[in-house]
Design a protein around this ligand. Structure first.
Ligand code: BES
Ligand code: ZN
Length: 502
């Protein structure tokens, strides 16, 4: 009986699919006011129990494009309880059908992922700090809600921008900028901004390595209280601490790194959809996108579960993530991190539109999907707080932060051209402000005999001699980017410093 219904439904769906495409005439019943996509299983179940509340427009292997009633959204909620994968809104029938097709932009990419930065990674693992993650998760929980339409969500975005900017200042970096991304004119619009930090690559600035998570939150018990501690303050805190770690060790990447805190993920991936499609349209050369959404509720035996839905995840990048764990946290390591794979059934987070725009994505998740469904009772609830995860702290998220650091270092690669030790000699100061190089030293000390500036390719671009003990040089004539200043003192001491010009 059930089988016959199923076949009939699929048959009807195919016909509607054609109608929807060819004539744009989708049969509409008054009560069917909402378009969207959901899992095929849920759609079939609702169609059987409440056939008047749903019209299945088209199906793929796992998903259905549907036209449903308000009532059906409640049925779906009951069916699914509090657990994903949920329901994705669409503006109309065609949009819904397109979404389940996962039409992917073709992109040729010859990126070879390799592991070569062991020394840098070890240095980073020595300074990464769990309590920073804990402090930031609690800071983000403190907004009460980060539901995308609320003032506190926008405040969280503005504050995060300030936090990331302060990090760049603390570590004396002027190769870093942070911007807010406006989505008010996007097809799926939100008043909330995404936040993007850019660390400009010193050698391959046009190749982008992206890491992201979503800053917004939601609660099925009402969005006034949606602390989103695990979903996804944990991910934002993981990527922030990973980035801070890179800055603390003075890591200058060859490739450009972008750190993204997306707006309005919970209502349909709005922020990341807008950003990924803009990057796609501009053919930005993004070599990898790592997604960190929920990292702190351990409910499975293994530590990391790689989401491996073939319609949203790149197997090559995912294998590379596993290789990172094998290399830096293998079974013989004293910091073992175990892993397995899982699926969420569909594009359940921000990696989805990166994938659809043709980019390589990976998504390490906190547990297996089935264990998550069974155990994570705080998901999308008003008690999604760090104190309610099994460890009560950021023990689980800390593992993801290490993986995030390894991913960023090994994909962006350390720029060797700028690896000269910094100018460090007591009594000497050398720095750049507004593209003016200033140097100062006590007159009792050895004077500057020769000063040379090299660009990132190692080419000498400036040479000055007999500069005395203090002075200024305008570097306005140089194009923006990183340079190395090399100084020889009268007493033959050599000092170098990397500087970044705007
Ligand atoms: N963090 C979840 C996604 C998630 C949940 C991944 C469980 C893996 C396991 C995300 O914030 C979310 O809730 N997504 C929605 C779908 C989205 C497209 C609106 C969901 O899964 O219901
Ligand atoms: Zn999430």
């Amino acid at each position: 009986m059930k089988k016959i219904t199923l076949i009939a439904v699929l048959f009807c769906a195919t016909i509607f699919n054609l109608n929807a495409q060819d004539n744009l005439t989708v049969p509409e019943r008054q009560n069917l006011t909402i378009y969207g996509t959901m899992s095929l299983e849920d759609a079939l179940e609702i169609n059987e129990s409440n056939p008047n509340e749903i019209e299945i427009l088209a199906t793929s292997d796992e998903e259905a494009a549907v036209n449903i009633s308000e009532e059906a959204t409640h049925l779906l909620h009951d069916l699914r309880g509090t657990h994903g994968p949920g329901y994705l809104n669409a503006s109309n029938a065609i949009d819904a059908i397109k979404q389940i097709r996962h039409v992917r932009t073709e992109r040729v990419q010859q990126m070879n992922f390799t592991i070569s930065e062991g020394e840098t990674v070890e240095m980073a693992l020595g300074v990464i700090n769990k309590s920073n993650i804990e402090a930031q998760i609690e800071e983000l929980e403190g907004y009460g809600t980060r539901y995308h339409t609320t003032a506190s969500a926008q405040r969280a975005a503005v504050d995060l921008k300030a936090k990331w900017e302060a990090m760049a200042t603390t570590y004396g970096r002027n190769d870093i900028s942070v911007r807010l991304v406006d989505h008010s004119n996007a097809s799926d619009s939100t008043p909330m901004n995404s936040v993007v930090m850019t660390i400009t690559g010193a050698e391959l600035p046009d190749e982008f390595v992206i890491i992201g998570g979503h800053l917004d939150s939601t609660s099925s018990q009402g969005n006034n209280v949606a602390p989103g501690g695990d979903d996804d303050a944990s991910g934002i805190s993981v990527i922030t601490e990973a980035t801070r770690t890179l800055l603390e060790i003075g890591f200058v990447p060859k490739r450009t790194i972008e750190v993204m805190a997306y707006a309005a993920e919970e209502v349909g991936l709005y922020g990341s959809k807008d950003i990924a499609s803009r990057y796609g349209q501009n053919n930005v050369n993004v070599v990898a996108v790592g997604q960190f959404d929920m990292a702190n509720y351990k409910s499975s035996t293994k530590d990391v579960y790689f989401v491996s839905d073939t319609n949203a995840i790149d197997p090559t990048l995912t294998s590379f993530f596993k290789e990172l764990l094998d290399t830096y946290h293998g079974s013989t390591s004293n910091d073992e991190i175990t892993y397995s794979t899982t699926t969420c059934g569909y594009g359940c987070s921000d990696h989805r539109y990166w994938f659809e725009n043709g980019y390589k994505t990976a998504f390490p998740f906190e547990s297996s999907f089935s264990d998550f469904q069974q155990n994570n009772s705080i998901y999308h609830k008003n008690n999604d707080l760090m104190k309610n995860v099994p460890s009560g702290d950021a023990t689980h998220a800390f593992k993801f932060a290490k993986l995030a650091v390894e991913y960023l270092i090994e994909v962006s690669k350390k720029s060797s051209l700028l690896s000269t030790p910094n100018f460090e000699e007591e009594g000497y100061e050398l720095f750049v402000i507004d593209n003016i190089l200033k140097f100062k030293s006590d007159r009792s000390r050895s004077a500057i005999k020769e000063l040379k500036i090299y660009d990132v390719t190692g080419k000498e671009v400036l040479k000055k001699t007999s500069l005395g003990n203090s002075g200024k040089l305008s570097l306005n004539a140089f194009t923006a980017g990183a340079y190395v200043v090399n100084v020889v003192l009268d007493n033959k001491t050599q000092l170098s410093k990397k500087v970044i010009l705007k």
